[in-house]
Write a protein that binds this ligand. Structure first.
Ligand code: ADP
Ligand code: GLC
Length: 475
């Protein structure tokens, strides 16, 4: 949950959704681990009465922990932190450690225990990704006796079906299932596997994902990553809601990170942002040359293999520059390191995580590149629209739902989309956007169309509330 801890878009979305719900008057109590990565400077963390010395039994493990409370950023949104240094006092948020399953069994058990301790009967348990996907199982299996939860419904939101939390069946004893082992997927168990996300899909009262197109895509073989059959069985209980954008954080008119602000009425600040960005990154001071930006986790999903095949060739053919910010798999980091060496002054790669630079690239680039192989929602393309930075995206998942193909004749549309995940597709799209950039008539229109789009949480959050109300029978 940004600004506490972040690896990707889940942080932005979980923070904004909780803030929206809280602002709309709902009693939202969010629990996240007190990760070591949380920058606690200026964060006021308070103990919660009766919860400062908890003891949870997880199979053979007795875990001591406490629950504390803080407010999210500058908001009044309450956040509960699960303090357990043994589990969360590690350098990264997610790990490959042998007890990774236990870290999130603990989170799920603590969330339920916290409600019991507070005598808080939530209408909805909103669980995000595999890390909390066992909660629906616990509510139906081991905690079905508890009248506190008799009206509680669970919603599992899948932010990325590529991460399922698959563990060896050897961890069974750690899950605290006490006689309810038969609730687990039996074929999996027999083949030695426990899949947390799959378990959530089996038992959540409703499954949502983060865009309507992705909700359809994961029903098929290509995108379902082995869970498509199960999702199909859930029929209408799989719903896609496009993520929103937190425009308090991502708005060029008010963005505190930028060297200059701007808005559709006065775009002078964008030119300043570009000049400063070029200088900051050591790129040629050539403001007329189109600048492409990338801000990304460097993972297989993000289309870096395609960029590697297409972009170096195009850099030799056409005049543009590229600014990349990202970190992740080293094979992808090497691609950009190589490109930087190959095209000095035109390609720059900042390896690492840097929120200020992410804002600078959104503002200073002319074009944003996101050729994802798959993309459940994607946030940067929506940020780009607001910043007048034209997105070039593959037509998949949330990218297809948030970017509209520009049509020069009618001057409608907000970006450039290509359909097939292949070299021809990406090459076509980059050529197309560079041609549009050179077309003094189309470009300002294309930029303005994007800036006029509204993906605020006021709209998207209301869709969650509607679903939650329907599910809990409060029409
Ligand atoms: P995903 O969640 O798959 O990584 P999204 O587009 O939903 O993709 O969200 C990515 C979020 O993480 C955005 O807010 C983006 O600005 C941020 N981000 C990704 N990589 C970096 C980085 N290296 N430095 C700063 N912010 C980053
Ligand atoms: C995931 C997806 C991304 C989505 C984000 C927030 O990390 O990869 O597409 O925007 O979650 O829902």
């Amino acid at each position: 949950m940004t600004p506490l801890a972040k690896t990707g878009g889940l942080a932005d979305v979980s923070a904004a959704l909780a803030t929206y719900l809280h602002g709309a008057g709902h009693d939202v109590r969010t629990l996240i681990p007190r990760y070591k990565r949380i920058d606690e400077a200026g964060v006021d963390i308070q103990p919660v009465k009766g919860m400062s010395d908890l003891s949870l039994q997880l199979g053979p493990h007795k875990v001591r922990c406490s629950i504390e409370k803080t407010l999210l950023g500058d908001s009044k949104t309450p956040i509960y932190l699960l303090n357990c240094p043994d589990a969360y006092g590690r350098d990264s948020i997610y790990t490959d450690d042998g007890d990774e399953h236990l870290r999130f069994v603990l989170l799920s058990q603590a969330a339920i225990g916290m409600c019991q301790q507070m005598n808080f009967a939530p209408d909805i348990f909103s669980c995000h990704d595999w890390q909390s996907a066992l909660v629906p199982l616990y509510l139906k299996a081991t905690h079905a006796w508890d009248k506190l939860f008799s009206a509680t419904r669970s919603v599992l939101t899948i932010h990325n079906i590529g991460y399922q939390g698959m563990f060896s069946a050897d961890v069974l004893g750690d899950l605290e299932l006490a006689g309810a082992e038969s609730f687990l997927h039996q074929d999996d168990l027999n083949s030695g596997v426990i899949n947390f996300l799959k378990t959530g899909i089996l038992y959540a009262d409703l499954v949502t994902t983060v865009s309507p197109t992705y909700a359809r895509e994961i029903l098929g073989d290509e995108y379902g990553m082995g869970l498509n059959g199960l999702l199909q069985q859930r029929g209408n209980s799989v719903v896609g809601i496009l993520n929103g954008v937190d425009y308090d954080e991502w708005n060029p008119a008010t963005d505190k990170h930028l060297p200059a602000n701007y808005s559709p009425d006065d775009m002078r600040g964008k030119a300043i942002c570009k000049t400063k960005l070029l200088a900051e990154l050591g790129l040629d001071a050539n403001r007329g040359r189109p600048l492409l930006g990338i801000v990304s986790r460097l993972a297989g999903q993000k289309g870096i293999d395609l960029i590697e095949k297409v972009v170096p060739r195009m850099l030799s053919q056409r005049d543009f520059a590229l600014a990349v910010l990202g970190s992740g798999e080293s094979r992808f980091e090497q691609v950009f390191e190589w490109m930087q060496r190959q095209f000095p002054g035109r390609v720059t790669f900042y390896r690492g995580y840097n929120n200020t630079l992410a804002h600078w690239i959104e503002a200073g680039a002319d074009i944003f590149l996101m050729p994802s192989r798959y993309e459940p929602c994607g946030l940067n393309q929506m940020y780009s629209l607001k910043y007048g930075t034209v997105p070039v995206v593959r037509e998949t998942g949330g990218l297809a739902d948030s970017v509209e193909q520009f049509d020069a004749e009618s001057a409608t549309g907000t970006g450039v989309l290509f359909r097939d995940y292949d070299e021809t597709g990406l090459e076509w799209a980059i050529n197309r956007v560079l041609d549009l950039y050179a077309d003094g008539k189309s470009w300002p229109k294309l930029v303005a169309n994007g800036m006029a789009r509204d993906y605020s949480w006021e709209r998207q959050g209301a869709l969650y509330v509607k679903l939650f109300r329907e599910l809990s029978g409060q029409q």
